[in-house]
Design a binder for this molecule. Structure first.
Ligand code: FMN
Length: 247
């Protein structure tokens, strides 16, 4: 169960907390289940910690957002990456509204799949490689080992700042999940949903003192090969993430 990343003191979180003592419950869960299991075995699923965004005024966040193309060579925290991943397309359960995902989805068809490209010595406690995000249990599934950032930058038509960023999220979609319901019109719904996801990536990295730049210019087949994507899965957006080099 992923905690909603509501800042402490948020009114909505107080309402939710009034019924059940969630703090006591989460302490209990932490005692029973190790929530921070990192990969030392390629077959393991890596359970990510719950997202933790900082309390910040939305107007300020929107003003601060920008596309960054210069990144520092500084190790990223796995918990920050977990938070950004969750904000991009994670799961929640809102008992007030019944919403179950962070982003809206036409007909709740959920076409998006998220991949994570991690560079060598770029994230604490996370090996270099390609991972697939398992939305249902907020975990990473190991796909391929090795630092693939150079290949990814090449697939993105030589946009070398992708290599400088320690991590890239790749937003992909299985269009048929949505077009099966809506026909061709479903295609535009998928693009809209990818836009929600990438904007959330921007806002989450900004909140955490990190930066990103949406990249839509890439060779589809090269990215598909690199990520080992299923045939029915199309890459839509690459989001390199890192600490911004001072401008
Ligand atoms: C769909 C989309 C695709 C983009 N593709 C690229 C890209 O391939 N390379 C790049 O450097 N920036 C890319 N950008 C970022 C834009 O260039 C950037 O948002 C624009 O210059 C405005 O700057 P700002 O985001 O800092 O406000 C893309 C943005 C969007 C929304």
């Amino acid at each position: 169960m992923i905690n909603p990343a509501l800042p402490k003191g948020n009114k909505l979180s107080s309402i939710r907390k009034s019924g059940v003592n969630l703090k006591a419950l989460s302490v209990l869960i932490i005692l029973i289940i190790p929530t921070n299991i990192y990969a030392d075995n390629k077959n393991m699923k890596i359970k990510l910690n719950p997202a933790q965004l900082k309390e910040e005024n939305l107007a300020v966040l929107l003003e601060k957002r920008y596309s960054c193309r210069n990144f520092q060579n500084k190790i990223l925290k796995i918990d920050d990456i977990a938070t950004v991943i969750w904000a991009t397309c994670g799961k929640k359960h809102d008992s007030l509204t019944q919403a179950t995902r962070i982003i809206p989805s036409a007909g709740a068809t959920y076409p998006l799949e998220l991949y994570v490209v991690v560079g060598e010595n770029c994230v604490d406690k996370l090996e270099a490689g390609v991972y697939h995000y398992l939305i249902e249990n907020h975990s990473l599934e190991f796909i391929t080992e090795g630092d693939k950032r150079k290949e990814l930058a090449r697939a993105c038509l030589g946009q070398n700042f992708i290599y400088e960023a320690g991590v890239s999220l790749v937003i992909t979609a299985k269009f048929h999940r949505t077009t099966n319901h809506y026909g061709l019109r479903g295609e535009r719904y998928v693009y809209m949903e990818a836009g929600h996801a990438s904007q959330n990536t921007y806002l989450a990295v900004t909140n955490l003192g990190l930066a990103t730049c949406e990249v839509g210019a890439f060779d589809d087949d090269s990215v598909k090969r690199l990520l080992n994507l299923d045939r029915d899965c199309e890459p839509l957006s690459v989001m390199p993430i890192g600490y911004a080099e001072r401008r």
